[in-house]
Design a protein around this ligand. Structure first.
Ligand code: HEM
Length: 506
């Protein structure tokens, strides 16, 4: 019986094929390399290169690998092949010169969970729906926010609420996380819904808390494993919580949209939602009922703006204040500049050009904090040859922002907090090409100008009024700059003191 099995023609073909595959695997680990695919670690069947990855800090593993394999290399997340683009010159070349080829979004399983759907809204969509929603969002962000005055007024108003919260702590240590999240989130709420919310409004605070929790969850190792092996890890606790958070937030967004719809007025556009609803109505009046302007797309786009616009900016601001407490001499210089140029009046957006040191500190915070280290993964829209390597259509791509913001050939001291990176020899602000925390090209962050204005106005207004220090008994050296685990990387939970500057100087 055994002999018959071994001698049957189909068994011979099977064993022969396996033998050839084994030889190819041993001698040509990257046997597609006949067509010169990007180099990389030899993947194991099923596991790929997972055993060599630190899923709590994927970007640092990839950064280290780039030193060995160069600026275009391959990593296997389980069976999923991912091309990593590393270093300023390569990332820029790919996203700008090959904008179309590298310009689509890789829609991974937890991205669909976070989006609440497949291919709706902006972040996790491609093709026509993405183009239309992004274009509409950008033009409305301009009308309701980034068109300078509107955003500036909203941020300045919000700064006052945030300062009151800080004052209430009377110089005692506390965690800034929630209040900063609420303040930053209110800017997006004003733009999207046309109104801010009180920090004691439980409906609002739970929505912000859930959005931030969700972004942390998609960076957790168990949810990353779910992205790689969805069938096996679909029931992990963190993914279940992510889905619950998103479902609850979608329910709340729907209610908020419903309230705005009931009070929609032809003469006044309170925010993005009103504009969207009015546009939808106009199309329907023309008999067009199958456009992208439907409630599902509105809910997803609002959810996208809310989560992308809150966590990123708030996390950067928290890094900024932590770095000020860690490096008091730099804080001294910021406060001296603010006192000299502004005094006690309200800082305005136009003051930025007269505050070069402060501006350099904010840019350096963004560079070192590197809060979206793997950007949001892309996918190739076509077969292409890039830097001599062949990359197939549909290959996931990570433009590794860590390798740009910490590029050793671009920055004088990439791993230290050094505002001089952004100053010329006369102390004037110097923009650097490799400053790319918002990515570049077709998918570049549409909220960049808004985020920059928020960072500038919140940071300067807080530093005008408060001295940031470690809690009593903790030295500056003991303040921990190790990042927490997450999709956006924030500081490890900590407390600081916000001491009124008058009290501090007395
Ligand atoms: C410090 C703050 C921020 C940082 C560092 C940041 C960074 C980024 C990065 C790296 C991307 C991915 C780009 C790519 O795929 O190549 C992105 C995308 C995006 N950001 Fe931001 N962002 C910030 C604030 C904001 C704000 C305030 C908004 C909302 C107004 C926003 C909305 C978005 C959206 C909608 C996308 C998806 C774009 C697309 O897929 O076409 N971001 N952001």
């Amino acid at each position: 019986m055994e002999n018959l099995f071994l001698q049957s023609p189909s068994t011979t073909i099977l064993l022969g094929t396996l033998g050839i595959l084994l030889v190819l695997y041993v001698f040509f680990p990257n046997f597609d390399c006949q067509i010169n695919e990007p180099p990389g670690l030899r993947p194991l069947p099923v596991f790929g290169n997972l055993l060599q990855m630190n899923l709590k800090s994927t970007h640092t593993t990839l950064y280290e690998l780039s030193k060995k394999y160069g600026s275009v290399f391959t990593v296997y997340f389980g069976p999923q092949k991912v091309v990593i683009l590393a270093g300023y010159k390569t990332v820029r070349q790919a996203l700008i010169n090959y904008a179309v080829e590298f310009g689509e979004r890789h829609i991974f399983p937890s991205g669909i969970d976070l989006n609440g759907s497949h291919s709706r809204g902006i972040i996790f969509a491609n093709g026509e729906v993405w183009k239309e929603m992004r274009r509409f969002a950008l033009s409305n962000l301009r009308d309701f926010g980034m068109g300078r005055n509107a955003a500036e007024e909203k941020i300045i108003e919000e700064t006052q609420y945030l300062i009151k919260v800080f004052e209430r702590h009377d110089g005692k240590p506390f965690s800034f996380t929630q209040s900063i999240n609420y303040a930053v989130s209110n800017i997006i709420c004003s733009i999207v819904y046309g109104s801010r919310f009180d920090y004691s409004d439980a409906e609002f605070t739970s929505m912000v808390d859930r959005a931030n929790d969700s972004i942390r969850l998609i960076g957790s190792p168990s949810v990353q494993l779910y992205n790689i092996y969805p069938w096996i890890f679909q029931w992990v606790r963190n993914r279940m919580r992510l889905r619950k958070n998103v479902a609850e937030n979608q329910k709340q967004i729907k209610q908020l949209i419903g309230r705005l719809q009931e009070t929609l007025n032809d003469q006044i556009r309170r925010g993005f939602v009103d504009s969207f609803l009015a546009h939808k109505q106009n199309l329907e009046n023309l008999g067009i009922t199958d456009s992208y302007y439907n409630i599902e797309n509105l809910m997803t786009t609002v959810g996208n703006l809310f989560s992308a616009g809150t966590d990123t900016t708030a996390t950067t601001l928290r890094w900024g204040l932590l770095l000020m407490a860690k490096y008091p001499q730099i804080q001294d210089q910021v406060q001296a500049e603010l006192s000299r140029v502004i005094g006690t009046r309200q800082v305005k957006a136009e003051d930025r050009m007269n505050l070069p040191f402060t501006d350099a500190v904010i840019h350096e915070t963004q560079r070192l904090a590197n809060i979206l280290p793997t950007s949001i993964p892309h996918i190739t829209s076509t077969d292409l040859t890039f830097q001599g390597y062949f990359i197939r259509k549909g290959t996931a791509v990570i433009p590794l922002l860590t390798s740009v913001l910490w590029d050793e050939s671009e920055w004088e001291s990439p791993h230290t907090f050094n505002p001089a990176h952004f100053l010329d020899k006369d102390g004037k602000f110097l923009m650097r090409d490799a400053f790319m925390p918002f990515s570049a090209g077709r998918r570049a962050c549409p909220g960049e100008s808004l985020a920059k204005m928020e960072l500038f106005l919140f940071f300067t207004s807080l530093l005008q009024r408060f001295r940031f220090t470690p809690p009593p008994g903790v030295t500056e050296d003991e303040l921990d700059l190790t990042p927490a685990v997450g999709f956006t990387i924030g500081p490890t939970p900590h407390e600081l003191c916000a001491v009124s500057r008058e009290a501090f100087q007395n």
